[in-house]
Design a protein around this ligand. Structure first.
Ligand code: PGA
Length: 253
């Protein structure tokens, strides 16, 4: 069985390269622990080189976004080829904070295809902005998954990761994260959607992660009861002690 997955999404932190180096120094002290899982560190772009060089003992390098097309010139964007040349192994696509800036599911599917072609594992983020009592968010989720994977074949889909990140649960306190029973239900639903679209075998092969206020208070329950393969962690990924505890929960499962 593959190792559990932990993606550290640093977003636009830490505010300086020196602080990023300090953070890595702390994480490296726990290298034997982190080596027991597949840890991916996704720093801001300018830190890629330094983080790549300093995270070899704990895991692999990841990116937080990527250009949809590799060759045509686009000011301000970073292509899959560039990421590859820095040793990036995984890329987050369709994060809700990028979707909020206007990124569409169609663009997410293009990025997903481009990443796979370049040999970079895409983590396709999906999640409803709010939950209603009628369960309409399930339909929203179905459409978002379908559109974000549009044009991909079974093999491509089975190589991608899906991160379920309900937008309303991101950036909150650990107590406000999704309840593990609700996570388990969402994971079953996501697999059902994948099964309807790509068949049961493919649906079972896809690694599903959870993201949204994961920390030391909820990681254990979420991983034990949520039916997930790992976590996509934001704020808590900047705290070495909390990362240690999340990693411990993933390994203990
Ligand atoms: P959070 O962020 O862990 O700070 O809620 C998760 C994410 O945005 O990926």
């Amino acid at each position: 069985m593959k190792k559990p997955i932990l993606v550290a999404n640093w977003k636009n932190s830490p505010p300086s390269l020196d602080e990023a180096k300090d953070l890595l120094k702390e994480l490296n002290k726990k290298a034997p622990l982190f080596k027991k899982l597949s840890l991916f560190v996704a720093p801001p772009f300018p830190y890629l080189s330094e983080v790549g060089a300093r995270s070899k003992k704990i895991g692999s390098l990841a990116a937080q976004d990527m250009a949809a097309v590799s060759k045509s010139p686009v000011t301000g964007s970073v292509s899959a080829d560039i990421l590859k040349s820095f040793g990036v192994r995984l890329v987050i696509v369709g994060h809700s904070e990028r979707r909020a800036l206007g990124e569409t599911s169609l663009q997410v599917s293009e990025k997903t295809k481009t990443a796979l072609k370049a040999g970079i594992v895409p983590v396709v983020c999906v999640g409803e902005t709010e939950r209603d009592h009628e369960g309409e968010y399930f339909e929203f989720l179905r459409e978002q998954i379908k559109d974000s994977l549009a044009g991909l074949n079974k093999q491509a889909v089975s190589s991608a990761f899906i991160a379920y990140e309900p937008v309303w649960a991101i950036g909150k306190s650990g107590k406000e994260a999704l309840a593990s029973a609700d996570l388990a239900q969402a994971v079953i639903f996501i697999r059902k959607v994948l099964s309807d679209l790509y068949g049961r075998k493919t649906a079972e092969e896809v690694s599903i992660l959870y993201g949204g206020s994961v920390d030391h208070t909820n990681a254990e329950t979420l991983v034990k009861e949520g039916g997930i393969k790992g976590f996509l962690v934001g704020r808590a990924s900047l705290k070495p002690k909390v990362m240690e505890s999340i990693a411990g929960a993933l390994i203990a499962k």
